[in-house]
Design a binder for this molecule. Structure first.
Ligand code: PRP
Length: 211
């Protein structure tokens, strides 16, 4: 049995549809209830829905053999897992954004509000730019408006949130998409099942690309 952690929400549903197309369906998952774990013994899969930012924790600790999570989570938490596949869905980017016409004069410590502390630190360390990190847990876009920070480092998908708050992208930090990750011990001891799953998902993705 392969234990698969899926991120709860829109991305998870999209990705589950891909597992289904690849031959790993689990019809009970479509039942509209509050259950979080679903199994299809015949296909050898057990799915569970977890908070997107928790997927890598389940996989790293082996509670899940494989899981799907965004590159943002992998970059921020650097979990000890293998990354096997890029689903090329859930595409967005990590970006620096600030008030329109913001210019960093480089004269003072730059105040950066973000949920992604490590990504922001690494990005500015590479530039040799001195920053003060303000760690927030959501609604990051408000920080520069209220003068809590100069800029933000956050996820930009459509750009609507920035636009509606009069902010602009200043720089892209890195591109993001959903990835298949695997626990290192599972990769060693459930090699055939993991490789089979990866190969079928890859074939499904290639077919999708050709469509
Ligand atoms: C994310 C992100 C941005 C928004 C970007 O927030 O932090 O706020 O989506 O999407 P857009 O470019 O399509 O507008 P999320 O909805 O995860 O909520 P959060 O405020 O808790 O970060």
């Amino acid at each position: 049995m392969l234990n698969i952690a899926l991120p709860k929400g829109r991305l998870g549903e999209k990705v589950y549809a891909m597992f289904e197309q690849a031959g790993y369906e689990c019809p009970s998952i479509k039942e509209n209830n509050r259950k979080l774990i679903f199994e299809n013994a015949e296909k050898g899969v057990r799915y569970f829905w977890v908070k997107p930012s928790d997927v890598s924790i389940y996989v790293e600790r082996g509670a899940a053999d494989v899981g799907v999570c965004g590159k943002d989570i992998l970059a921020e938490y650097d979990p000890d897992v293998y990354e096997l596949l890029d689903f090329k869905t859930g595409v967005c980017r990590m970006a620096v954004a600030g008030p329109k016409n913001f210019h960093d004069d480089g004269q003072h410590t730059l105040k950066v509000a973000t949920k992604f502390e490590n990504c922001a630190k690494a990005f500015y360390a590479k530039k040799g730019r001195d920053i003060d990190i303000i760690k927030l847990n959501g609604s990051i876009e408000i920080a520069p408006i209220l003068g809590l920070s100069d800029v933000i480092v956050d996820i930009v998908e459509t750009g609507t949130t920035l636009k509606e708050n009069n902010l602009d992208v200043i720089e892209t930090v890195f591109p993001i998409s959903a990835r298949l990750i695997v626990n290192k011990a599972s990769f060693k001891f459930k090699t055939a099942a993991v490789e089979d799953l990866t190969a079928k998902l890859r074939t499904m993705l290639e077919e999708k690309e050709r469509e």
